[in-house]
Design a protein around this ligand. Structure first.
Ligand SMILES: Nc1ncnc2c1ncn2[C@@H]1O[C@H](COP(=O)(O)OP(=O)(O)OP(=O)(O)O)[C@@H](O)[C@H]1O
Ligand SMILES: Cc1ncc(CO)c(N)n1
Ligand SMILES: [Mg+2]
Length: 559
């Protein structure tokens, strides 16, 4: 009740919006005129100065308690595509991987109130509809769209356009559950479809919208698309996810003139719950970002295919049809050995690989890594300057398995692409590589970033840019790096004293001089990084054991 009292504020006539402005202008000028208007609004309202308007989809759909389809799928798909998503909920379903156990329809007046709240204030670029459980709710929706003058701009397949209406005529899900009965067919046909820029029925829904004859071939999908187009929507996409005996997942688009077939390899998986909602909301997201219908469908289909492929082997629920992972993140976090946060003491004995040395001694990258870890390496960096990218990636995946088994972090030198592709724990970058701040944005908040620094100024910048540690050197002359200036023990000490980040010393360090380095005794100095001392030797395991002992002895001596 409290909410209803508060909502009084909304009951005044809405102020003129850019929708009303758009209403008065002709097709084709939409893009420029919208931006002019936005500029005008920003001039009038200084509070908008310096702010950016983000692409925005409003979804009008049902909630799925299992969160694979419906509103939840729409939110995740839009977020994955970098688009804001507001939500008007039409029904709450009790649903899981087994099926739909119950449906609670939201009162028409309250659907109207939600629509008013969003449309009077937030101006979405695209409205996408999903489950509309009653003819009354469809009526309310169509009235609100008209009242707030949504969908007054036109979409054609060449211009960039905003303000589109995407209708996913949810009736029967892939699991066979009926989400909206035949009563709503007439409302779809008579009221909503004629307003739609694109409608996206699956096979059963396309058949229900027509004469009920089942669709069994791509030819049937084409004729259905054409007949549904006659009802009024500008574009029809008939989805073939459920086409029997098809090795491809084929969707057919008809724009009133041409047919387009979108084919992708069918992913063999039972995690397909919500593919339809996801496809429609990602089409809406791409339209909101300014794509044409054709490229929106192409990108959305590619996105659904990648998410299904990524999610093939995830297990959620015990039913026939599981959800998939829209953000493509879950699997990484579920590996048998959970990743732990970076701990500066990981820097104690830091092993850096070198492909030329491994070649010289006839060992693979993964054999070298395994021996170093078994000898006590506390962190590993793959530094492969002359290995082909494909081979590097495969070797990195193998090394990562070894590292995870031993709970040792694995970093990649320079190659952020390789680190992302194999989901390594982080990267180590130099002063002339990708700027650390950009690397942090790409890699996200969790990955470890280390930066090579020779001066206190560089160490300060590394801290500001969000690095986790710095590597300081060369401490001694080394031949693993050409033209490298040697900073010496004094240079190392100066940087360590100033650095707010933990430091690992690097450059020409081995069993003979490690004591001199560790005996500097500066608290930020956490360990030594070594290349030749481990890998340019006959037995990596023995060298690692001996070096670790020397490091431990010298740290004890300091204490
Ligand atoms: N196994 C699969 N592999 C690849 N793409 C698929 C697969 N299943 C569905 N798709 C694609 O997913 C999109 C949605 O199609 P689908 O026919 O499954 O919709 P839907 O039945 O409305 O979905 P749902 O009811 O499960 O939400 C289409 O682009 C389709 O080609
Ligand atoms: C709430 C809801 N909307 C749509 C679908 C279609 O998959 C579903 N299963 N549940
Ligand atoms: Mg399906």
């Amino acid at each position: 009740m409290g909410f209803h009292l508060c909502s009084q504020a909304f009951h005044s006539t809405p102020t003129p919006t850019h929708n009303q402005f758009l209403h008065s202008i002709s097709r084709g000028f939409v893009r420029t005129r919208v931006s002019n208007l936005r500029a005008m609004q920003q001039e009038e309202e200084p509070k908008h100065l310096g702010k950016v308007r983000v692409p925005h989809v409003l979804t009008v759909a049902g909630s799925d308690s299992g969160a694979g389809a419906g509103i939840q799928a729409d939110l995740k798909a839009c977020s994955a595509r970098g688009v804001y998503c507001s939500t008007v909920i039409t029904a709450v379903t009790a649903q899981n991987t087994v099926g739909v156990q119950g449906v609670n329809v939201v009162a028409e007046d309250f659907v109207r109130e939600q629509l008013k709240s969003v449309l009077s204030d937030m101006h979405p670029d695209v409205v996408k509809t999903g489950m509309l459980p009653s003819p009354g709710i469809i009526k309310v929706l169509c009235q609100s769209l008209k009242e707030f003058q949504v969908r007054v701009a036109s979409v054609d397949n060449t211009n960039f356009v905003k303000e589109a209406l995407v209708v996913d005529p949810v009736m029967v899900s892939t699991s066979g559950d009926v989400l909206a009965g035949p009563l709503i067919l007439a409302s779809f046909r008579e009221e909503l479809l004629p307003m739609a820029d694109i409608v996206t029925p699956n096979l059963r829904e396309a058949s229900a919208l027509l004469d009920g004859a089942p669709l069994q071939t791509v030819g049937d999908m084409r004729s259905a698309a054409k007949s549904i187009h006659d009802i009024g929507p500008r574009n029809v996409l008939v989805k073939g996810g459920d086409l029997p005996e098809s090795s491809d997942a084929v969707d057919v688009l008809f724009d009133g003139k041409e047919f387009y077939e979108f084919r992708s390899t069918r992913i063999i998986t039972s995690n397909t719950h919500g593919t339809g909602c996801t496809l429609a909301s990602s089409i809406a997201a791409e339209l909101a970002r300014g794509s044409s219908v054709l490229s929106a469908v192409k990108i959305a289909k590619r996105y659904v295919g990648s998410a299904l492929d990524y999610s093939k082997d995830i297990l959620i629920g015990g039913g026939r049809q599981g959800p998939f992972d829209h953000l493509m993140k879950l699997k990484h976090n579920a590996l048998p050995c959970m990743r732990r946060p970076f701990d500066p003491s990981d820097l104690l004995m830091y092993a850096v690989t070198d492909s030329r040395m491994n070649k010289r001694w006839g060992r693979s990258m993964s054999d070298a890594v395994k021996a170093a870890i078994e000898g006590g390496a506390t962190i590993v960096q793959l530094r492969e300057k002359d290995t082909d990218t494909g081979d590097f990636l495969e070797a990195a995946k193998t090394c990562l398995e070894i590292c995870r088994r031993h709970n040792v972090p694995l970093l990649i030198n320079d190659r952020i692409d390789i680190a992302l592709a194999c989901d390594a724990d982080g990267v180590h970058i130099g002063q002339s590589d990708m700027p650390a701040r950009v690397a942090r944005t790409i890699l996200g908040p969790d990955k470890i970033i280390g930066i090579s620094c020779k001066t206190p100024q560089q160490a300060e910048k590394a801290w500001i840019d969000g690095a986790d540690y710095i590597g300081c050197g060369g401490v001694y002359p080394t031949n693993t790096k050409e033209n490298n200036i040697t900073v010496g023990l004094d240079g190392l000490k100066t940087v360590c004293l100033e650095s707010k980040l933990p430091v690992v010393a690097i450059g020409g360090i081995g069993i003979s001089n490690v004591r001199a380095v560790m005996e500097l005794g500066v608290p930020s100095l956490k360990g030594v990084a070594v290349v030749s001392a481990l890998f340019d030797r006959e037995c990596v395991l023995t060298e690692s054991r001996n070096l670790l002992r020397a490091i431990m002895d010298s740290t004890k001596a300091v204490k």
